[in-house]
Design a protein around this ligand. Structure first.
Ligand SMILES: [Zn+2]
Ligand SMILES: [Zn+2]
Length: 358
């Protein structure tokens, strides 16, 4: 089968024929039908997220189960599934407390080698998935069955960007009806935060991004105002839109420490800033302490939208099916696996919300 292999930091991915390794009794083999190019894949390529090459990247995907091991009980051959980039065991303390995004057994399956290069090198897969391939072998805890007729490229986005963004608004921040929300960074995840805030009933949603077409997309997907950070100080622009008080919630969806501080400064006293983007692993955030303590402002971290994937994936599918969540407009282009490096070039140039391999 073909797979796109990460061979060196900052280099292009190498699309090669690889041989899948034999699956185990708890594994499933999935034909990948769609895979989104997420900024976190780029973060592995450029070293922001530490993962040693060589490996098969891709962690936002959907597919059809082709084979299941003897001990697999959650899915069967022919099921439509979405990959969960944080495997959810279903039995650890966190999974039993509705926080499968913090599953304690994730790392037991994440780094297993899953295929072999022509030179005999064994390749692990990103987050236990490796969706940049025609097929993936993974533990059954890494897939969630969904019953729907939605297009593959829309299902794929639920695997990372949509769940992360909508979940950050609904699960992590618990955005209240009538509230004011700022979203800094309007790529795939940022657009999903905007939609999550809209679904929650936010009255005012302020989209912040330097790229005009991303601001336009944000306005189409539910933002009420758009702010260009190159047109002046973002905090001042947000203050001007919120009666000088600041927003109830501000989401940072890029992963830049100074912008996390900026999100914090966009929030009113008693409000919450939510750090969604993944910064460099060794980065630190500066916060003004008086607003933190005396202004009772909160800074919340969130991973995978605080999602319980077996609850939330079907829930998000339902929101798309009833027209309340628009994933179709988040898919900027569909491309073949062979064009994956062009897809990352488009991402770096800020030309797309999401490219999806189909
Ligand atoms: Zn992702
Ligand atoms: Zn668990």
């Amino acid at each position: 089968m073909k797979a796109a292999i990460f061979t060196e930091n900052d280099g292009p991915l190498s699309v090669e024929d690889v041989k899948p390794l034999d699956p185990g009794p708890r594994d499933v083999v999935v034909k990948v039908t769609a895979s989104g190019l997420c900024h976190s894949d780029l973060s592995v390529i450029n070293g922001t997220l530490p993962m040693p090459p060589p490996a098969v990247l891709g962690h936002e995907g959907a597919g059809i189960v082709e084979w299941v091991g003897a001990e697999v009980s959650r899915v069967k051959e022919g099921d439509r599934v979405i990959g969960s980039f944080i495997p959810a065991c279903g039995t650890c303390w966190f999974c039993l407390h509705d926080q499968s995004n913090l599953c304690e057994n994730t790392y037991t399956v994440m780094m297993n080698p899953r295929c072999e290069r022509s030179d005999g090198t064994h390749l692990p897969t990103m987050t236990g998935l490796g969706t940049f391939a025609e097929q993936m072998t993974c533990d059954e805890m890494s897939v969630v069955k969904v019953e729907t007729d939605l297009p593959d490229e829309q299902l794929a986005l639920i695997g990372c960007g949509v769940t992360t963004g909508v979940g950050a608004a609904l699960n992590t921040a618990r955005v209240e009806p009538g509230s004011t929300v700022v979203v800094i960074g309007c790529g795939g995840v940022g657009q999903a935060v905007i939609q999550g805030a809209r679904i929650a009933g936010a009255a005012r949603i302020i989209a912040v991004d330097p790229v005009a077409f991303k601001r336009d997309t944000a306005l189409k997907l539910g933002a009420t105002d758009a702010v260009d950070p190159e047109a002046g100080d973002v905090v001042a622009q947000v203050q001007a839109l919120t009666g000088g008080r600041g927003a109830d919630y501000a989401f940072e969806v890029i992963g830049v420490p100074d912008l996390i501080t900026q999100a914090f400064n966009c929030v009113r006293n008693g409000g919450a800033a939510i750090a969604v983007g993944v910064p460099r692993f060794d980065a630190l955030v500066n916060l003004p302490t008086y607003p933190l303590v005396l202004g009772e402002k909160r800074l919340l971290g969130t991973v995978y939208g605080s999602a319980n994937v077996r609850r939330d994936f079907p829930r998000l599918v339902g929101l798309v099916e009833t027209g309340r969540l628009d994933i179709g407009d988040m898919v900027s282009s569909t491309i073949p696996l062979d064009d994956i490096n062009k897809g990352f070039d488009a991402m770096k140039a800020g030309e797309v919300i999401r490219s999806v391999i189909v």
